[in-house]
Design a protein around this ligand. Structure first.
Ligand SMILES: *Cc1c(COP(=O)(O)O)cnc(C)c1O
Length: 234
């Protein structure tokens, strides 16, 4: 993709975040824009980095590791946001600062034991299956507190908050429902674990970012609106 286009898109998304914050009385500084770069060549990430973007989200481990190697001269904060098989947890523990998609205790335990001692604890979000969809990953709402109780015991992880990918809804009002529910789940976790710094709601993508910010998102995960439509067959 042309660098100019990526820069324009980043600026446009940044302006949308500011407008949206003004409308709902929030400070734009509370919101981290995560550029979701799956399927994009390393060069596109480099262009975005040169425009000031620092946080990048990747879904596919092998692809992510290749881009990390190609961009090792840059000070990027890498977030893993895809489904993770437990036999691949080591690379995430060793080479990412964040993972948003922890939904099984076994994965959390492996990530904690594999996190190198010379790195800060791995930042994690628990992924919640907020709409209770059969086929979707994520922890069922009724199991969330029990899972959090175990995860906070793991020494090499830092539980930062919750992540969700709600089912598609047709308008902003409807989009707000699952986001508001996720925000209230985080609120109850904070009461139960006051000693943890649970400051993160990872929610909102290109199609529902405004609703997510209105409901308290602190990380919005934006792919299409920065890098254009993905072409998976390419
Ligand atoms: C692909 C992806 C995104 C970005 O989606 P867009 O609609 O392209 O903004 C965000 N979060 C997750 C978990 C994704 O897999």
């Amino acid at each position: 993709m042309r660098k100019e286009t990526i820069v324009e898109n980043l600026n446009a998304v940044g302006e949308r975040i500011v407008t949206c914050c003004n409308n709902c009385d929030r400070n734009p500084a509370e919101i981290t824009l995560l550029a979701v770069s799956k399927t994009r060549p390393a060069q596109d990430l480099r262009f975005a980095y040169e425009a000031g973007q620092r946080h990048f989200g990747e879904n596919y481990l092998q692809e992510a590791l290749e881009k990390q190697d190609a961009l090792s001269d840059l000070d990027i904060h890498w977030h893993f946001i895809g489904p993770l098989q437990s036999n691949k947890s080591r690379a995430v523990a060793e080479r990412f600062q964040w993972i948003h998609t922890v939904d099984r205790l076994k994965i959390a335990q492996r990530l904690s034991s594999q996190r190198p001692k010379d790195l800060a604890p791995l930042n994690i979000c628990l992924q919640v299956n907020i709409d209770g969809e059969q086929s979707k990953s994520g922890i069922a709402v009724q199991n969330l507190v029990a899972m959090a109780r175990e995860v906070v015991k793991l020494p090499r992880l830092r539980l930062r908050g919750l992540m969700a990918i709600p089912a598609v809804r047709q308008n902003v009002q409807a989009q707000k429902e699952p986001f508001a529910e996720l925000a209230s789940l985080l609120q109850s976790l904070r009461q139960e674990f006051p000693e943890q710094t649970m400051d993160t709601l990872s929610m909102g993508m290109s199609g529902d970012m405004e609703a997510a910010i209105a409901c308290g998102a602190t990380i919005v995960r934006i792919g299409t609106d920065i890098f254009g439509t993905r072409n998976y067959s390419a």
